[in-house]
Design a protein around this ligand. Structure first.
Ligand SMILES: Cc1ncc(COP(=O)(O)O)c(C=O)c1O
Length: 365
């Protein structure tokens, strides 16, 4: 901080300048702000520093700063309000954050041309489809958060947070808080027919982390993995990030068509399925398909990743027990989440892993 320059803490510059490069200073400032806006680090409506404060902060004259601001105002990235200052425009072009811009990102270069690890070309670099953005009617994957019992929730939070034991605040068991794992295991045994003990339960930040960890433990780059077609993009992304080669297997009214997967030939290291409530078609996998899938996994020495993300919601019939409960060979990694029964921002989920994999999963933490 330059002595004598007052700078409210929320007005930190998002730009740096490098006098050694040949890029003019105004261009560096312009690029820095544009990147920050397109990359989402500066949000619509966010206040910007005054040109005077920014020039002083960067240790340069005000002229290039004025030049950059003028350009950003002219292009609609900034807006100025009389007497209030300059802000990131509230009405940025809607497509700024979506497909066009993101698809411009090459595999190994960021938007600024900097090298990063190559991403698997199939992983989505674009914004989610319109029907997955925001919330409201017809938006998939959203629980009724307005019905959430906030009074009971806040009472419980207050009770447990007022004087927490020190042990709760330190690093604990890499698999998660033991009493919580016991509660999850007991619930899953009774409500979901899952076989397993608390030691097999791993607490994670939602199914997405469960999938990432599972892929890391079970897969090697290049391994083939069956995925449901149509299926869940979040799972596809997690698997591809681990270098898996996805093998789409069709889904019909009985769930994954195991015979079609087998007929496709080639060994697959794993199959990812949503047997209780197929995403997005909503079918429940029939008993015979479950048995076929388990028999395939046993025969070919493959894993089954069971994503049981919302089976608590069944309106017309009794819940169908988890596929994991039928497995006698320790071939199923079971994934559950609190995103639907509580709320997704909680980022809380769990895995139930075969007993001989507990150490492998714990090691990934
Ligand atoms: C198939 C599927 N799995 C898992 C989830 C939940 O993911 P998370 O626990 O990461 O919120 C969803 C959310 O919509 C889903 O559709």
């Amino acid at each position: 901080m330059i002595p004598g320059v007052r700078r409210p803490p929320d007005l930190l510059p998002f730009v740096t300048v490098d006098r050694r490069t040949r890029t003019p200073l105004y261009r560096q400032i312009y690029d820095g702000y544009r990147e920050a806006i397109v990359g989402g680090r500066l949000r619509p409506g966010q206040r910007l520093p005054s040109t005077r404060a920014l020039a002083a902060e960067l240790g340069i004259s005000r002229i290039p700063v004025l030049g950059a601001f003028e350009q950003l105002l002219a292009e609609g990235y900034f807006e100025s309000r009389v007497g209030a200052g300059t802000f990131v425009a509230r009405s940025l072009p809607a497509n700024l954050f979506d497909a066009g811009h993101r698809e411009a990102v090459s595999d190994q270069r960021t938007r600024r041309g900097r090298r990063v690890l190559p991403r698997n070309p199939g992983v989505r670099l674009r914004a989610p489809e319109p029907w997955l953005q925001g919330w409201g009617a017809f938006r998939v994957s959203q629980p009724a958060v307005e019905r959430f019992p906030f009074a009971a929730w806040s009472r419980l939070l207050a009770r447990h947070c007022r004087n927490p034991r020190a042990a709760l605040l330190h690093y604990g068991d890499p698999m998660g808080h033991r009493p919580f794992r016991e509660a999850v295991a007991a619930y899953l045994r009774t409500a979901r027919g899952v076989r397993g003990e608390a030691r097999q339960v791993m607490v994670v930040s939602g199914s997405q982390q469960a999938l990432a960890i599972t892929a890391r433990v079970l897969l090697e780059p290049g391994d083939r993995v069956w995925v449901e077609e149509p299926g869940y993009g979040g799972a596809r992304d997690a698997l591809m990030m681990a270098g898996a080669r996805l093998v789409p297997v069709p889904v019909d009214h009985e769930g994954l068509e195991v015979a079609a997967g087998v007929a496709g030939g080639g060994k697959a290291r794993a199959a990812y399925v949503t047997p209780s409530h197929q995403y997005p078609l909503g079918v429940t996998m029939s008993a015979s398909r479950r048995l076929q899938l388990l028999a395939w996994a046993r025969r070919s020495g493959s894993w089954i990743i069971e994503d049981d993300y919302d089976s608590e919601y069944r309106y017309q019939s009794l819940p169908v027990a988890a596929l994991q409960g039928l497995d006698h060979d320790g071939r199923v990694v079971y994934i559950g989440t609190f995103s639907k029964v509580l709320f997704p921002a909680l980022r809380l989920g769990y895995l139930v892993v075969p007993p001989d994999l507990v150490d492998r999963f714990a090691a990934v933490r």
